[in-house]
Design a protein around this ligand. Sequence first.
Ligand code: BGC
Length: 766
Amino acid sequence: MGMDYSAIKDWILREDSFDPEKLGKCEAVMSLGNGYLGLRSAAEERYLNETRGLFVAGTFNKFDENEVTELPNAADMTAIKLSVNGEIFSLTEGAMEDYARELNIRTGELKRSVIWTSPKGTKIKAVFYRIVSLKRLHVIAQRVELTPLDADVKIEIKSGINGKMTNTGSQHFSDGDKRFYDKRVIQFVQTTGQSKIDFVDTTVHKLALDGEVLPMEAEVYIERREIFAGYNVEVKAGQTLSIEKYSTVYTTRDLDAEGKTAADLQKLALETARELEALGYQALLEESARQWEEEVWNLAPIEIEGCEMDEFAVHFAQYHLRLMVPAHDARMNIGAKGLSGEGYRGHTFWDTEIFLLPYYIFTDPKTARKLEEYRYLSLPGAHAKAAHNHYKGAMFPWESAWLDDGEVTPEYMDVDILTGKPNKVWSGFIEQHITSDVAFGVWQYSVITGDEDYMEKYGYELIMDTAIFWASRLEKGTSDDNKYHINDVVGPDEYREHVNDNAFTNYMAHWNMQKAMEYYHLLKKEKPEIFARLNEKLNLEEAYPQWENGCANLYLPVPTKENILPQDDRYLSCRDIDLGKYKAQEHVGGITRDYNLEQINQIQVSKQADVLVLFFLLEDIFPQEVKKASWEYYEKRTLHDSSLSLSTHSVLACDMGEMEMAYDLFRKAAAIDLGPFMGSSNAGIHAASFGGVWECVVYGFGGVRMLGGRLRINPSLPEKWTKLSYTIIWKGQKLAVEVTKDEVHVTNLTGTKKVEIEVNGEARIL
Ligand code: BGC
């Protein structure tokens, strides 16, 4: 009981029972949003173990000097306290029948219904609907229908804005100004403590009895950090009382709020509230659903024949990929939990470039460009980090928040099982591959989209500035091999700290410097004005010999005679233990309950894909036998304790022709948030894993890859699937790909340019 997949063919994910102890999962995986707002799907009535959450992308705040900036949990406007004949409506009291909560991922509507019998025996049918509009970024709309089933009742409603929300105890907002207009519209202005962003929250209710609007004045209440309206309605048996609640959030950080004060936004919000009320819930739902159709389902359709659950899984991924992305504003990026929870504090990681960006590049290049502009706009933080560490160029923060925040990785997290002290998080100091991941994202974006304007304004500079960092980062080794080394890092595999010559880090740094050299020549020859501008800014003439020297002398780990590429300089000589127990674990991170990180460092065990991500990114530089032997070696030793890992292994398994394994790993990746395990997503969905699910389908089984600037499609379907269709956009041309067991059809839907493509090893021109 819990997750119910019986309605997935109608695009509906259902929860079929209510467990007050396990609220987090559905709050997160059924969350609503539009990239500006993210709303956890906590119930209207409140529960002890709930985690309500409303996040506005980019509104970072620092609670105090000892904490890093985080995305604050904004005032709650979805709670509605209901009493029936004086008894509080709550599913932990009395009895319930026919409970269901359903998320329709096609329309973005959440519905919850139940027949509830109060402890004193009053029976009432309650149905709750809500959306976060995809059409109107600031809008949340709710509708509640209450029908007493066998007696007349008095219903009491208390509903408004609750500004007491915190991020696990950290209160980011001032108490603020509260105001009622016409005893109907409620407004609350709160300001974040350090970043001084004003949030203007506004809500208004509309009540109707059997469709007849009730012209009611509210009883008004203003309390500390809270403002709400009260209504009392008598409802006869069989009548339906509907309560519609329209809420908006505007902030002074909004792109179009530039130059506006909170007072301007208050006025705007007031006008909007009246407009929303006039439109009503149904019209708002319909226009938002149309937007979903246009913006997501028609834009990037994917069909899988042969398994409804797999098709739903990829649609579910697309649903969340839209919720999490701030497509409206380049000053912000995607958080590791999207906007669905406090986990990872709303911060952006390498997850964006490596796991998420491919989806947007191939389906929605405009949004992909925004994500890439963000990196350019956050260069000040990257420069500051490099300077702080005595390096040159742009050293990107491992975790990023607001543009000039710089490094925001918290210093301590979790517990060291041996010492009982919090674990130091080394990623913020030494997980440095993020810098070349950013450069790789730029290159990937530019090659697949052909967006030269981006490259000229931002891209060339980013690739060169990051290469300058790498040249300054290289160290002469202690061994006398005369090589440069990159010592004391954390590679992608976070179970290994303070390692030297992590293969991923070194190869990617090499790639980054090499790309910068290539662009140096290209610009000098073909775009001398841009060359001159960048030379003046970055001193390319001085940088070039350093890149050349760096590339020629950087140590690149070599495969063993068994064809295994060493993950770092010690991995292969560490102790092997029986990992069976951890591989079979239900919860991730089991090994950290038996060993502390120092001990794990001495074991041949990986938290997540590391060398294999390298094969995935730089696929054409490693021979197949190295990939195969390494895949087999590391897959056995990888616990997939990070949600980023399974999808990479699945895609690689496809490349190895291990189709059963590939499919098994894909199903596991898809189950991270969608699966039945009710504790897996409490702190928020796993954003990168949704990108990974799309990658499994389109890169893995669909066989798409950009290799050295060329498009390649080598599909191979899992046993169960009879057909896979998807679209991708390659240099502005939208291609529809249809794969069956024996054929591949590619159609150029745009058809304004010739497209060169390699399908199953054969060069084709469309
Ligand atoms: C993973 C990182 C990832 C981060 C955010 C960590 O557990 O090890 O690779 O970037 O989560 O998703």
